[in-house]
Design a protein around this ligand. Structure first.
Ligand SMILES: Cc1cc2nc3c(=O)[nH]c(=O)nc-3n(C[C@H](O)[C@H](O)[C@H](O)COP(=O)(O)OP(=O)(O)OC[C@H]3O[C@@H](n4cnc5c(N)ncnc54)[C@H](O)[C@@H]3O)c2cc1C
Length: 451
């Protein structure tokens, strides 16, 4: 079922005579559990047209480098294959998304897209809406509850958004039915300059992107996401409430890169968790992260135009950090020291090495990693930039609403004020916490060194 509130008309154009229904796939890069895709199939059946799926690959996506593109291309390769199994043709084109979508829309009767929340994704949709002559509809599928339904404004924190989300869950936690495709589109001939996805690494060669980073091949795609989720549920979910704070074990779900690229649906993950044979409190703990925390991030980037800068922080946090900006620091590092994991602290260095080697940091250590950059940088603005740069360059789940919310959290966003102290002012300080036990720190550091 596709709830009406997931749908939004982005222009006001009448149906146009065309050869296909076009689904511009952008944020939801998957062939299943995708409301936008199923809606596009419904439209195609209703209007008796074939469905064409277009993915426009730009090599100008802010902060994206070869590591991210490889993960994305591996996912697209699988999505193209899976759509073909459903008799749907997917074409991948290099170039500016607005131009490509406008061009393909000339022959479309109806245009559907999914919904990403970042500034650039919104700008693309606005420009496409101005340029196309057929009806253009957006279908929200990257969250459980549509952002505007949850709240009409920016939320203060998890405690304010939680009850609003919970009130809506029953309406949106409904499995999505797969539509049958009535008019197959596989017979569309090859389009000129269409990208051949058979060798993703080859495509990287001719993209104008930053390639000065170690690649992490064979990770992307829906099948891998589902296999990881299955293993997590079978072996780790029952201990999630406690083990998630222990970085010496690699027992988290690792869903964030797949969610970021839309290779797995949050609704699918939620259904799998709800059906798992574990106590209710365990499910609640996991869903608190997946739904409450994640959708709080969507709320943040949707309603706060400064989500990627120091200006996006609450004014109390900006004021207190500015007041303490010249406080003396026992340790003092620049971007280069951080990037090369050259601090005095073996735990911090291990976190940075984990990020560089694997494209992720254990969730618990990630908070420590962020807070220490604030503590050891020249000033809070520099710390903010350093974190954005490191997180978004190396993390496979980087450049996500969660990235901006996670980094802003280190500076007081979505948090309350605490007792005043040097450097942090009233912003929450974080020591080693759970990792102060030497045995845990050692086990974590060794785990990372072995990688
Ligand atoms: C400084 C800093 C930077 C961060 N950068 C990112 C980022 O770039 N991308 C990203 O997805 N998350 C980021 N987070 C949030 C969190 O660390 C990751 O979502 C989590 O570690 C991902 O690993 P997992 O999928 O194994 O998580 P699990 O613990 O298995 O959680 C399952 C899912 O819940 C969601 N989730 C978990 N923790 C959080 C959280 N604190 N906030 C919002 N959603 C959460 C994620 O979607 C995650 O995939 C950041 C946090 C901090 C403190």
């Amino acid at each position: 079922m596709i709830q009406r509130e997931r749908l939004k008309e982005l222009n006001n154009k009448p149906l146009q005579e065309g050869s296909y229904i076009l689904y511009w796939m952008q944020a939801a890069q998957r062939a299943e559990w995708n409301h936008a895709l199923e809606y596009a199939i419904q439209k195609a059946n209703e209007l008796q047209k074939p469905l064409l799926v277009l993915f426009s690959l730009t090599d100008r996506f802010p902060e994206a480098n070869a590591r991210h593109y490889l993960f994305l291309l591996e996912g697209l390769q699988e999505t193209q294959r899976k759509l073909a199994q459903r008799e749907i043709r997917m074409v991948v084109y290099l170039g500016d998304p607005v131009e490509n979508v406008a061009q393909f829309s000339q022959k479309a009767t109806f245009l559907v897209t999914d919904r990403g929340y970042l500034r650039i994704q919104r700008e693309w949709r606005e420009k496409v809406a101005q340029q196309v002559n057929c009806p253009f509809w957006q279908v929200e599928t990257e969250v459980i509850v549509p952002v505007e339904v949850v709240s009409p404004h920016e939320e203060y924190g998890a405690y304010t958004i939680r009850p609003k989300l919970k009130k809506q869950l029953n309406r949106y936690l409904i499995p999505l039915r797969e539509e049958t495709v009535r008019i197959p589109s596989l017979s569309f001939p090859a389009f000129p300059h269409e990208l051949d996805l058979s060798a993703p690494e080859k495509i990287l060669e001719y993209l104008g992107i930053d390639k000065n980073i170690a690649l992490l091949p064979h990770l992307g795609g829906t099948d891998r996401a589902k296999a990881k989720l299955k293993e997590f549920i079978a072996h780790h979910l029952s201990r999630y409430p406690t083990s998630r704070n222990d970085p010496s074990q690699d027992t988290l779900s690792a869903m964030s890169p797949y969610l970021h690229f839309g290779q797995i649906s949050p609704l699918f993950i939620t259904q799998e968790i709800i059906g798992a044979p574990v106590p209710e409190e365990v499910k609640e703990t996991y869903l608190e992260e997946l739904i409450v925390r994640r959708e709080l991030s969507m709320n943040f980037v949707f309603y706060n135009p400064h989500y990627d800068s120091f200006q996006g922080l609450p004014s109390w946090a900006q004021d207190t950090l500015r007041k303490h900006r010249r406080d003396s620091r026992k340790y003092h590092y620049h971007l280069e020291d951080f990037e090369n994991a050259r601090t005095h602290d073996v735990l911090w260095n291990a976190a940075q090495k984990e990020l560089v080697k694997t494209g992720k940091i254990h969730g618990y250590v990630r908070m420590y990693w962020g807070k220490k950059v604030l503590e050891w940088s020249n000033d809070p603005e520099e710390a903010f930039h350093t974190l954005l740069y490191l997180n978004n360059k190396y993390a496979l789940d980087g450049r996500d609403p969660n990235s901006f919310a996670g980094i802003a959290w280190c500076f007081g966003k979505h948090d309350r004020a605490f007792g005043e102290r040097p450097i942090f002012g009233k912003v929450r300080y974080m020591g080693k916490g759970n990792v102060r036990k030497k045995s845990i720190e050692r086990a974590y550091v060794e785990r990372i060194e072995r990688m």
